[in-house]
Design a protein around this ligand. Sequence first.
Ligand code: NAP
Length: 258
Amino acid sequence: MSRIAIVTGASSGLGREFVKRIDAGEAGHVDEIWVIARRAERLEALRRTCSTPVRPFCLDLTDTASFEVIEGALTEIPDVQVSLLVNNAGFGTFGAFATQGKQDAQKMVKLLMLAPVEMICRTLPYMHEGSRIINIASVASFVPQPKLAVYSAAKRFVLDLSRSLDAELGDCDIHVTAVCPKFMQTEFLDKAGDEAAAQAMTAIGFERVDHVVTAALKASNTGKGLCIPSLDMKAYYALSRVLPYKAALAVERHLGIL
Ligand SMILES: NC(=O)c1ccc[n+]([C@@H]2O[C@H](COP(=O)([O-])OP(=O)(O)OC[C@H]3O[C@@H](n4cnc5c(N)ncnc54)[C@H](OP(=O)(O)O)[C@@H]3O)[C@@H](O)[C@H]2O)c1
């Protein structure tokens, strides 16, 4: 049997850290790691740093043909098992919806919502008892966020999809973990669009990429459906579930986030 882990958005930030930690055995034994992103040279550089065999897939996950490539590659391997899928690829454009480029909005919908759904559909037939799915959501999913409308709605989709799939698949010991990080110092913020809006929101503070991956893998390995790595955001999540939306927005305005 050939056990593989698949990480989308592996060319930088959180995804790259996931690959390093899977390579170090923190998600159990895998025979191969498949890494997906658009920048081939980054994936190749990552491959050279790993001791586990790494198979790079230079793919744009906003293009539906990319999922055929992954499915095709899976069918070619006899007795393949997908032990872990990390749906991580993403970007977020900040700023008013009316001034946001239409293309960005469409791409966010495709990359943040359609791509995880496609990846799960294509890989689930190759999963078995003990397989895991990690979906990267965000603290932006807790409360609908003006000036981050498409991104926060898309991450809410990821959160809800993960939780219902975890409930559905948990009986087969296939667990789906939604991970909700707050801001991290990655390339994500370099492509954030409206810098003033992004800067205001980062008032909630940053957390370290390695801490997020540690928490995510621990939650996934133990079959937890939800992982909110930072303590203050755990409290914010609890609050967001009881506060009316207008009151939550008032709190965010008071904190200077909006
Ligand atoms: N950084 C934060 O503050 C933060 C906070 C909460 C949640 N998140 C989430 O964390 C995840 C990882 O983000 P990050 O912070 O690590 O940002 P990052 O460093 O910019 O990494 C994003 C990754 O997604 C890949 N990607 C982007 N568009 C793609 C496409 N069309 N097709 C395939 N791959 C694509 C990028 O690779 P290529 O450019 O090479 O394709 C890159 O590997 C995202 O889902 C993000 O929404 C980030």
